[in-house]
Design a protein around this ligand. Structure first.
Ligand SMILES: Nc1ncnc2c1ncn2[C@@H]1O[C@H](COP(=O)(O)OS(=O)(=O)O)[C@@H](OP(=O)(O)O)[C@H]1O
Ligand SMILES: Nc1ncnc2c1ncn2[C@@H]1O[C@H](COP(=O)(O)OP(=O)(O)O)[C@@H](O)[C@H]1O
Length: 291
């Protein structure tokens, strides 16, 4: 167990010459290594010699603390004098901070491409089942995935949101933004939520580079979902005990152009593994399962 907080700070600076966020070839100052804690936590932290390699980067070297300053390290894409600041939504005077370790480097490390698999469909259509089968299938192939399940996310960061239209829209927007971060991390992010409105899903699609948002539609008739009713929610909705339940008294807008269609009928129902394999073949064909 590495007690990072208790350890003396590891000072690991670099002398990067940032241009478009990429590391150029800076004159590398004489390295100064700060002593590691006696417990050898350095290797556990994966910071051997404070040198990290990736395809497009040279090694980072430990440098004297005083030279690892902002002015030494960076070409000012940053506005020292207040120029180039943005307003995004209600945030004023903000600036995008770039890092020389980029998505492409993380993808190289993970040997896959970050993307978002967006599973949409009615409650009971099998979204979570597919998400899990897919995660399992990809994990066993050595791919890193993470599931953002609507139900689960509502237990945490989205627990302030109800099921009225504007709250569903905000739920989808936030999950879309978080999914985008996961994809940028190089992870195959599986978002599984009803996301009933087309325009909200399309807005999430627009957050990502072309091709990186893969919409999977669970095309399962309401009657099948209702017959499954694993949580008893349809029964409650039919009894009027849940208002605004998707498919009962709240709308669901099916995708017009999804990347993957999973059709299930009472008499033709692919197994979870088969559904997952369909998505995996799509990813394979589009090159997402390699860097
Ligand atoms: N009114 C209403 N309508 C639909 N669903 C409801 C509702 N109230 C609670 N639930 C339960 O919440 C789960 C859906 O949450 P999501 O975040 O996926 O919904 S949404 O995308 O914001 O529409 C959904 O989970 P799944 O069955 O896994 O889809 C339901 O269990
Ligand atoms: N391909 C499938 N074949 C048969 N049953 C399924 C299949 N996918 C899901 N189910 C069942 O349907 C129910 C709802 O699945 P779930 O994944 O929870 O749906 P959702 O996340 O869309 O609400 C569960 O009882 C699950 O076991």
């Amino acid at each position: 167990m590495v007690a990072v907080r208790a350890a003396p700070p590891l000072i690991c600076g670099a002398s990067p010459d940032f241009e478009s966020g990429k590391l150029m070839s800076p004159p590398i100052p004489k390295p100064v290594f700060v002593p590691f804690p006696a417990n050898g936590s350095g290797s556990n932290l994966g910071l051997n010699g404070c040198s990290v390699r990736s395809s497009s980067l040279g090694p980072f070297k430990a440098v004297e603390e005083s030279t690892a300053s902002l002015e030494n390290g960076r070409t000012p894409a940053a506005p020292v004098n207040g120029k180039g600041l943005h307003q995004i939504g209600k945030s004023t005077n903000i600036l995008w901070h770039r890092c020389p370790v980029e998505k492409v480097d993380r993808q190289e490390l993970l040997q896959q491409k970050g993307c978002v698999i967006w599973i949409t469909g009615l409650s009971g259509s099998g979204k979570s089942t597919l998400a899990c089968a897919l995660s399992r299938g990809l994990h066993s192939r050595g791919n890193l995935t993470y599931i953002l399940d609507g139900d689960n996310v509502r237990h945490g960061i989205n627990n302030d949101l109800s099921f009225k239209a504007e709250d569903r829209a905000e739920n989808i927007r936030r999950i879309g933004e978080v999914a985008k971060l996961f994809a940028d991390a190089g992870i195959i992010c599986i978002a599984s939520l009803i996301s009933p409105y087309r325009k909200d899903r399309d807005a999430c699609r627009a957050l990502l580079p072309e091709g990186d948002f893969i919409e999977v539609f669970m095309d399962v008739p309401l009657q099948v979902c209702e017959a499954r009713d694993p949580k008893g929610l349809y029964k409650l909705a039919r009894a009027g005990k849940i208002k605004g339940f998707t498919g009962i008294d709240d709308p669901y807008e099916p995708p017009l152009n999804c990347e993957v269609l999973i059709r299930q009928r009472k008499d033709e129902c692919a197994s979870p593994t088969e559904m997952a394999e369909t998505v995996i073949s799509y990813l394979e064909e589009k090159g997402y399962l390699q860097a």
